[in-house]
Ligand binder design. Structure first.
Ligand SMILES: NC(=O)C1=CN([C@@H]2O[C@H](COP(=O)(O)OP(=O)(O)OC[C@H]3O[C@@H](n4cnc5c(N)ncnc54)[C@H](O)[C@@H]3O)[C@@H](O)[C@H]2O)C=CC1
Ligand SMILES: CC(=O)C(=O)O
Ligand SMILES: [Mg+2]
Length: 603
């Protein structure tokens, strides 16, 4: 089941070999002249060769010297480094937004160069285009707005979506990330400003999964906002009305899903940052009708499970001991419940005992420990609610500190959205954990919403811990050359591979088996040596490689579960006869790589 043998050791060299053989095919363009220069999909700026300038009516529209892609790349990186130098000492938020702006301007101008720069510098740039800076961008979106990106469907568009969807200029769309802005990271309801999240997630799709940027579509479903501050903000760009509820709300989402799949029947829709009630309801409503998944529930669960298995290994225990781990989950929302249900299912598979699989898991929300005595117990949390008779020394609504002191957990996992809930006292109490190497997952985003910082975790809970956070922190120097490793437990390690594997298998639906395969692949990726150091996840620098491996695992699971219908020229039979190695190679070959393609004009 959990086969933790390591994949091929020369991960990156194989990636490079596959890409170095990539010869850019021609790209058909239906425009000429300035229309091309103003289209970031095709624009090469000063990089257009003279012959192409002639063919496309660009002569005279650019300075005469042709600059190579490498020179353009270096020029951008020089500007970026100057900006870093010039903003030194300024407040973090000012620096972060300045960095986001310079990247965003390149994105608006020249996508090929933008994605190349992003891919090659993913460790430095992911924190800008993704968490944490994307949170700040969403908070300030209406003021930062210069040009639209993606599509906006609002409650006012009811009845029009089927025709509106044809306003999108691309003939083909493979991957859509959709939000209604109701729970953006841990920042709450940001209304239309939440569009930054689908944009950031899709940037990760291009960088990690090699989805062609001409085939992605970020979407905002604006059904109003309950954020009073935004409703009163004169610059706010969304609908100024309270959120739609009930059937009115669902009819908007239904209409959007029908419209999308009428134009692009094979498009995959990732639901992102929906408030809990709609996250679960829409997943249930659409998962057997469309190829879709909810990243916060399902992507996060796989990443957390891989980390939990890793932290069991980090204690030098065999995986057979995983079911004995005592795990406290703080946050009973879409993410926390998603993690719990996948982890409990893994325990049930390992032990064969479904009734007792949840016994070592403890779930808390804003009111404390959840037991069966909880008034208005949420049905989604009910399977994890403790029976008061079976938790000696604890009671309904016990505080986190009481729970940690009594349970002495092996793992403390936070998905509460509340910064600092792993207080000094809680972290110190973890020193009494039954584990030789307790693990702390402070998974809430962005950084200020993390349940604790890396510094505090190592300082208060001890140097022997394993630590992971949703947004990046720097490794901690513990003295005497010892390093406290900081892992990034973020669904970015899985959602690109889930989307890519579903796409290239032509999956009709995304099944539990495919999601489990993704989690198993991530869990088995790390060597024992890395795990012993406390490194649970691969470096962000190798995200394309891990995504290809995850994508291939998802594809094989789709074939095994008979939902794979094939992709392009490759039919389901051909997929079924591919070896494991072949599937990885096939997935790599389907990844878009940012290099300039010769442009061919067609009327
Ligand atoms: N690292 C990652 O990959 C991911 C991180 N997240 C983060 O997880 C957080 C929560 O997301 P959702 O579950 O979708 O939100 P949610 O709003 O559905 O759930 C939040 C839960 O936390 C509980 N809570 C609030 N205050 C608390 C407190 N003081 N103590 C204990 N529990 C408390 C609430 O009662 C609720 O059960 C967000 O910050 C989000 O950014 C979400 C998905 C992926
Ligand atoms: C990472 C992510 O999906 C979230 O924080 O919501
Ligand atoms: Mg999310």
């Amino acid at each position: 089941m959990w086969n933790l043998t390591r994949f091929a050791s020369s991960r990156l060299s194989r990636t490079r070999r596959l890409f170095s053989s990539a010869i850019p095919g021609p790209c058909i363009v239906h425009k000429r002249g300035t229309d091309i220069l103003h289209d970031p999909w095709f624009n090469k700026d000063t990089g257009f060769p003279l012959t192409e300038r002639d063919r496309l009516g660009l002569r005279g529209l650019l300075p005469p010297r042709v600059i190579s892609f490498e020179q353009q790349y270096d020029r951008f990186m020089d500007s970026y480094h100057s900006l870093e130098k010039n903003t030194k000492g300024q407040p973090d938020s000012v620096v972060a937004l300045a960095k986001w702006r310079i990247l965003n301007r390149l994105h608006d101008r020249n996508e090929t160069l933008y994605y190349r720069v992003l891919m090659d510098n993913i460790k430095d740039f992911a924190p800008i285009i993704y968490t944490p800076t994307v949170g700040l961008v969403c908070q300030n979106y209406s003021g930062l707005f210069r040009r639209p990106r993606g599509m906006y469907f609002s409650a006012k568009d009811k009845g029009e979506m089927m025709s509106m969807i044809y306003n999108w200029p691309s003939q083909h769309v493979d991957m859509i990330v959709l939000t209604d802005g109701s729970r953006i990271l841990g920042l709450g309801d940001l209304g239309v400003q939440g569009i930054g999240i689908p944009i950031g997630k899709l940037d990760m799709y291009v960088a990690a999964a090699g989805i062609n940027p001409q085939r992605i579509l970020p979407v905002m479903l604006d059904v109003g906002t309950n954020n009073q501050k935004l409703l009163e903000d004169r610059l706010y760009l969304g609908l100024r009305q309270p959120r739609l509820e009930g059937e009115e709300y669902l009819s908007i989402v239904d209409e959007f899903m029908e419209a999308v799949h009428t134009r692009w029947p094979k498009a995959i829709v990732q639901f992102e940052d929906f408030q809990m009630k709609w996250a679960f309801e829409t997943l249930d409503r659409y998962r057997k009708r469309f190829c879709m998944f909810n990243d916060d529930i399902q992507g996060t669960a796989g990443v957390a499970l891989a980390g939990l298995l890793g932290s069991a290994r980090a204690q030098g225990r065999s995986l057979a001991n995983f079911p004995d781990q005592k795990i406290v989950v703080v946050g009973a929302g879409s993410a926390g419940l998603g993690v719990l249900s996948m982890a409990v299912q893994a325990v049930a598979r390992m032990t064969g005992k479904h009734e007792t699989a949840a016994q070592n898991f403890f779930l808390l929300d804003k009111d404390g420990l959840i037991t069966k005595e909880r008034k208005n117990l949420d049905p989604a949390a009910a399977p994890f609610a403790k029976d008061p008779g079976q938790i000696v020394g604890l009671r309904e609504a016990a505080s986190l500190l009481e729970v940690v002191k009594t349970v002495k957990p092996d793992v403390l996992l936070g998905l509460s959205g509340v910064g600092g809930v792993f207080s000094e006292e809680v972290l110190k109490a973890l020193r009494e954990s039954g584990s030789t190497r307790p693990a702390i997952f402070a998974m809430s985003n962005p950084t200020m919403n993390a349940e604790c910082t890396a510094v505090d975790a190592f300082k208060h809970a001890g140097e022997n811990i394993v630590f992971a956070s949703g947004s990046p922190f720097k490794n901690i120097q513990l003295g005497n050359g010892k390093v406290g490793y900081v892992n990034q437990a973020n669904n970015m390690y899985l959602f690109p591979g889930i989307g890519l594997g579903s796409l290239v298998s032509g999956a009709r639906f995304i099944t539990d088996g495919m999601l489990q395969a993704a989690a198993e692949c991530l869990a088995s990726y790390m060597s024992d040596e890395e795990i012993q150091k406390g490194i649970l996840y691969p470096s962000v620098n190798s995200i394309r490689h891990i995504t290809a491996e995850v994508g291939a695992s998802v594809l094989r699971a789709a074939v095994a579960e008979e939902v794979a219908e094939g992709h392009g020229e490759v039919g389901p039979n051909e997929l079924a006869h591919m070896s494991k190695e072949d599937t990885v190679e096939y997935v790599f070959r389907n990844m878009w790589f940012p290099i300039y393609s010769p442009l061919v004009h067609e009327k």
